[in-house]
Design a protein around this ligand. Structure first.
Ligand code: PMP
Length: 309
């Protein structure tokens, strides 16, 4: 078996920089990292009952924060979770977390858990959801992933369908994706395509997927089991403003193998080219012009689209 690759996406920054002091927002208070603790009876831990967002900060701009908060509130509605603060208060708490930690470029993990209850499944025993905000620095994927592109695989674990755990909910229950990520690692790949029950491409374990074919872009419709990624939405907007038509549709591996270009989008990865899927080389086997153009356009907007600290 090949040795599993390192997951570079979100290494904890303090291991690399030696910075240990960190203030965590927990239920209205800013606590030192060591003191920020939740109960072992929190249903977020016992059952993965909760929701989250991963958000980037670029040069003191919290990138598309409103869209992340909107998605958080949508996820909450789906799971009948009442977030114990208003969107405005949440925006302020997110920004204050960044300020308290001196974040200029970084990554924010925002969680709302069901809160402490008893050992039963029912959330009726959990009167107070918990809000946690961690504002940290981020170590980026190595540069060669962007210059050379990724080789990815399709894994056996399927994306859960909207009739089971709807993938549109960014829930704390990521076991489905974790299994797929482990299967990718067993094949020596950093990312993997997850198909849905019908065999259509849904998305990757932590990223959305796009292809470029004959000057047009295609991405799986969210009804195929994709998260409505914030980066996905940004890239669709950027492509349209560059005059590149984008279609959300059903895709099979056939379309990906035969595409001119392929790339993934996500908050941590941004836009990352894919040059091989399941041993088939995509296009000329190197990052394509459309991918490069959109990544450049994405970088132009990141410090201007969002809430300034
Ligand atoms: N799909 C999944 C399953 C994800 O967890 C994520 C976020 N890491 C994405 C797609 C990309 O979404 P976004 O651009 O909002 O980060």
């Amino acid at each position: 078996m090949r040795s599993p690759p390192t997951d570079f996406s979100l290494q904890v920054a303090d291991e690399q920089t030696g910075i240990t002091a960190m203030k965590i927002f927990l239920d209205g208070e800013f606590l030192e990292k060591e003191d920020a603790k939740i109960s072992v009876f929190d249903h977020g831990l016992l059952y993965g009952d909760g929701i989250f967002e991963g958000i980037r900060v670029y040069r003191k701009c919290v990138y598309r924060l409103q869209e992340h908060l909107e998605r958080l509130w949508h996820s909450a509605k789906d799971i009948l979770l009442e977030i114990p603060m208003s969107p405005k208060e949440m925006e302020e708490a997110v920004c204050e977390s960044c300020r308290q930690n001196g974040i200029v470029d970084g990554y924010i993990r925002l969680l709302v858990t069901r809160g402490r209850g008893d050992l039963g499944l029912s959330p009726d025993s959990c009167p107070s959801p918990s809000v946690i905000i961690i504002a940290d620095t981020i170590s980026l994927y190595p540069e060669d992933h962007y210059t050379d592109g990724l080789s990815i695989v399709t894994v056996p674990t399927r994306r859960s369908g909207p009739a089971a755990l709807n993938p549109a909910i960014k829930s704390l229950n990521y076991l489905n994706n974790i299994l797929a990520k482990m299967e990718a690692a067993q094949s020596g790949a950093l990312e993997a395509i997850m198909l849905n029950d019908q065999g259509y491409v849904a998305e990757c374990t932590g990223d959305n997927i796009f292809i470029v074919h004959k000057g047009r872009m295609y991405t799986p419709d969210v009804s195929n089991g994709a998260l409505r990624g914030i980066t996905r939405g940004a890239v669709i907007e950027l492509a349209e403003s560059e005059g590149i038509p984008v279609k959300e549709c059903n895709l099979t591996r056939h379309e990906i193998w035969n595409a001119d270009e392929c790339f993934l989008t996500g908050t941590a990865a941004e836009l990352i080219p894919v040059v091989k899927l399941d041993g088939r080389v995509i296009g000329p086997g190197k990052p394509g012009e459309v991918t490069k153009k959109l990544h450049a356009a994405f970088h132009e907007e990141v410090s201007t689209r969002g809430v300034l600290l």
